[in-house]
Design a protein around this ligand. Sequence first.
Ligand code: ATP
Ligand code: MG
Length: 344
Amino acid sequence: MSFKQRVFSGMQATGNPHLGNYLGAITKFVALQERFECIYCVVDLHAITVWQDPVELPRAIREVTAAFIASGVDPKRNIIFNQSQVAEHAELAWVFNCVARLGWLNRMTQFKEKAGKDRENASVGLYAYPTLMAADILVYRATHVPVGEDQKQHLELSRDIAQKFNNDFGKSIQAHGYGDAFFPQPEPLIQGPATRVMSLRDGLKKMSKSDASDQSRINLTDDADAIAHKIRRAKTDPDPLPHDEKGLEQRPEADNLVGIHAALAGKSKAEVLNEFGGAQFSTFKTALVDLAVAKLGPINSEMKRLIADPIYIDSVLADGAARARVIAADTMKAVKDIVGFVRR
Ligand code: ATP
Ligand code: MG
């Protein structure tokens, strides 16, 4: 069975979109719009798996939307919307909760990291997060999913859910005329030198929106001074930069900054080390500040302009939601028939 090629990806409205989101996800969104039909979602249902202040949440949703548009994702050519406006995501997630196995979810490292020591007190939603993510992708029967490295495990789970649904309901899928598989196996797209950008304060921790320390990340809303300050203060080791990639092993902070430089410059890490091998961090950081400010400055000012116009942002989300709903409703009708629900 061949499926129409379609891209889906999401970003949580949990706070400030940052350099990791930009390099790991948003730059891929921009590139993929040239070749695919793309759906990019601000996943607000996911955001509330941890507490979100209802006064802050709308701002965060609009800010992520602005980050997409300011980075070059075209809201006319692609579908951009927020998840809670398309009820079918939650509806399909329930069906997937009944397809996925507890044992599968118990292996998810993101839940373990986010729930931490106080697991008994984590929300049920945080635990079930990956089944909603599978629904986000599969409600559009998407075939390609650009994400950062940290989402690889969840994507594998989405594939398992698609496969188990196709197997469990195989006869019904056939009987309703959908051939031998209703859902595709969505393929992760995880490429380039910055698929896992690390915290500027700790090279072993992922840069995250939800990290309490603002110094740990470069926000897309940071101005040139803030970017310069954070890069200059970024943790490093005392040695000069190595001449080849092997020399980055066991040096997570150096590896991270070289990866960021490479991704921003559109180069490989090897090329960056060709240029900076043997240099002190002070020299390298100065070059990195210039590069980051040159690349992120225009995005920063465009984001500010967009954030000042919430009516426009909301119209983009409403228009995207209307277009997304058409596709999602079709899938959900078919899923109801396949599962055996009576419907109008
Ligand atoms: P949170 O801390 O709330 O989970 P986050 O920073 O992890 O926020 P998400 O909204 O969960 O951001 O993820 C959005 C996209 O950005 C995903 O594709 C994810 O893989 C990617 N991403 C997140 N952090 C990084 C990072 N440090 N490096 C590269 N990609 C990242
Ligand atoms: Mg995350």
